[in-house]
Design a protein around this ligand. Structure first.
Ligand SMILES: [Zn+2]
Length: 155
């Protein structure tokens, strides 16, 4: 009698909300789509620390202004880093970077291990320059190449 041995290897994902939800920034190599949240008061990820933008960021901001044709004031952004992590958890899953705009202002939160990553940082900067939700193809792909697939090294 064949026994139906269920090799029950149910690795329950920790975050039950992942299922059915759009795969926002979950897969690092898949997409950094929808890294934004327009919440009234999005809570900061655990261990997030306010920081002053490294000098490198000003160059990246200018490059992002140039490719997009948009202008913005980077001093209006509150920068946060979650030190020593590659992703941080949010209500929308794990992310490497996050732009939020709320009544509390504009924030960009970065996973510490990606603070030197031009693509990740400038992707969030482009959100800030556009100042609205979503990833319009014209800007993120055609003009600036600021997605994992369209990125070509910042040249
Ligand atoms: Zn994004």
């Amino acid at each position: 009698m064949p026994q139906s041995s269920r090799t029950a290897r149910k690795a329950e994902p920790k975050a039950g909300r992942i299922q059915g939800a759009p795969l926002f920034c979950l897969g690092l190599l898949v997409s950094i789509a929808a890294c934004e949240a327009l919440a009234p008061s999005a809570p900061l990820p655990e261990n997030a620390q306010l920081m002053s933008a490294p000098p490198q960021f000003m160059e990246w901001w200018q490059k992002t202004e140039e490719c997009s044709g948009l202008r913005g004031d980077p001093s209006q952004i509150e920068w946060y880093v979650v030190p020593n992590v590659s992703v941080f958890s949010t209500g929308d899953g794990e992310k490497v970077g996050l732009w939020t705009r709320s009544s509390e202002g504009t924030r960009i939160i970065l996973a510490g291990n990606y603070m030197q990553n031009e693509l990740v940082v400038r992707h969030e900067m482009l959100h800030a320059l556009l100042d609205h939700e979503g990833h319009p193809r014209e800007y993120f792909i055609e003009r600036c190449g600021l997605t994992w697939d369209s990125w070509h090294g910042g040249t």
